[in-house]
Design a protein around this ligand. Structure first.
Ligand SMILES: [Zn+2]
Length: 492
């Protein structure tokens, strides 16, 4: 480690009010040494920029943030790349202010006004960067809608993916950005994925400052319903899929595994299945008789048991029956995922209804597992019948060569910045996400490069603010190199 920064902890919110540090006091709290690699001195400037920013649109000064300390870089950056990194650093205070502002707008998926407001704030930023922006209304699929921002240059078209919504609806008690320390902040959606949206935007701003954005061809798609997608799904993802079909690379800014030394080159898909069994109702004393058989509940138990016995050891596959009803009379609710059942212990069960999920690493695995499940279902116990139906939901993002090449470029950027190597995260740790919808159209995709932190989807969702500059810088370098045609891989 060639550089060290000590920051005095700064109280962020005290009864909702920012306590602003004095610039001179703050500056004297920075102690640094930089024996080599002049380019990395700029990585400190976010600290200074944040400390010296006196006014900005909200009239609230951002708190200083200690950034990660780079190790010895693998090789020096060229002058353009250095200009990009300088710009990332100098604008980071502004980025964190925007992050706070976005987090403080509730955008639970079903809070359409809030989702639109987050879209409006981001749209203004992309307008200012010279993108053509449009709002896609979501009425047709029962959601708020999506923001699309596009610009065309001479480079290969790169699709950037974010989402505007969070899992925290207005009814949640978790609503506000809260600075916990000089290096951490908590808030709904702060890492999933308002932090990633801001990293994307600020990487683009840095490319603009360095004068290289003009030649790039970029489509940014921010869906408004990633956490609870609209219905029908094909309509809800039509814009994203259309953007993928005209792009060569896809990069998602989700928060990934929580460890910035990893990124995502494959995600398992997430679908659902419904198993229904029927039996022959009769007095329980006659069960197993040739003409009565085993009843619906034993038949369902057989199917589920064989699913587990025959399929639970398959790599990258999971499936979970999460709901089961059985008896003489079962009724499913039409609006809620639930229902009611009536039955008696002395009557052979007439029917069952089970729903579950299924996650696979590739379309091939999904097809093969479906065939095995259907084969199990097709061998019912006497006097029973079962049927299974599947709803594919989110497709898998299979680990392709192109995805690995993108990761290699991102890894190189990270190492060259002195932030260490980045490896593929185990797909078992990556949930389904929007990037997967590009898989049928784009053979080079990378995800999980948004702001790191922990406890996403809980009321302790916390960002590691030290990662904001390094993660933005390496994303910006990746985009710059891709924009120049930095790897040989295209659409398929
Ligand atoms: Zn997300």
């Amino acid at each position: 480690m060639f550089l060290s920064v000590d920051l005095v902890p700064v109280p962020a919110f005290q009864t909702g009010t920012y306590i602003r540090r004095r610039v001179h006091a703050f500056s004297t709290d920075i102690r640094m040494t930089f024996p080599f690699a002049r380019q990395f001195v700029v990585l400190l400037s976010p600290v200074l920029a944040a400390a010296t920013a006196c006014t900005h649109p909200q009239g609230v000064a951002p708190n200083p943030v200690a950034t990660e300390t780079p190790a010895q870089p693998a090789r020096p950056l060229n002058s353009t790349e250095q200009a990009i990194v300088t710009a990332v650093s100098s604008k980071s205070g502004e980025g964190l202010v925007l992050l706070e502002r976005l987090v403080n707008v509730n955008s639970g998926t079903m809070n359409f006004a809030g989702v639109r407001e987050v879209g409006r704030l981001l749209r203004a930023e992309f307008d200012a960067l010279g993108f053509e922006t449009r709002w896609v209304d979501g009425a047709a699929f029962g959601r708020a809608g999506h923001l699309i921002a596009e610009r065309t240059g001479t480079g290969p078209r790169i699709l950037l993916i974010g989402h505007l919504d969070t899992v925290f609806e207005p009814s949640s008690s978790f609503q506000r950005f809260e600075r916990l320390s000089d290096t951490t902040a908590r808030g709904p959606g702060i890492i999933d994925m308002k932090g990633g949206n801001v990293i994307m935007l600020h990487a683009l701003k840095a490319l603009g400052s360095a004068g290289v954005l003009g030649q790039m061809s970029i489509t940014a798609v921010f869906t408004g319903d990633e956490e609870d997608s609209g219905d029908p799904l094909a309509l809800a993802r039509a814009e994203l899929i259309a953007a993928a079909s005209r792009s060569q690379f896809a990069i998602g800014f989700e928060d990934g595994s929580g460890d910035p030394r990893t990124a995502v080159v494959s995600r398992r898909g997430s679908g659902s299945w419904t198993l229904k069994s029927t039996g022959t109702p009769a007095h329980s004393s006659q069960i197993f008789r040739a003409d009565i058989g085993a009843g619906a509940i034993f038949e369902t138990a057989r199917v589920l048991h064989q699913f587990r016995e025959q399929l639970s050891g398959e790599q990258f596959l999971t499936f979970n029956p999460g709901f089961a009803l059985g008896g003489t009379d079962i009724r499913m609710d039409s609006t809620e995922p639930g229902g009611t059942a009536h039955g008696k212990s002395n009557i052979v069960a007439k029917g069952t209804h089970v729903t579950g999920d299924i996650r696979t690493i590739s379309p091939q695995q999904l097809d093969s597992v479906k065939a095995k499940m259907r084969a199990i279902v097709a061998r019912p116990l006497p006097q029973t019948r079962s049927e299974i139906t599947f709803d594919d939901g989110y497709p898998p993002l299979a680990p392709t060569e192109g995805n690995r090449r993108l990761l290699a470029m991102y890894d190189a950027a990270s190492r060259e910045l002195g932030f260490g190597s980045v490896v593929a995260v185990n797909p078992m740790r990556a949930g389904a996400a929007d990037v997967s919808f590009t898989a049928a159209h784009i053979s080079s995709a990378l995800d999980g490069i948004g702001l790191s932190g922990w406890d996403g989807h809980t009321d302790k969702e916390t960002a590691d603010l030290r990662k904001f500059v390094p993660q933005t810088a390496r994303a910006a370098l990746l985009l710059y190199r891709l924009g120049k045609g930095g790897t040989a891989s295209g659409a398929r």
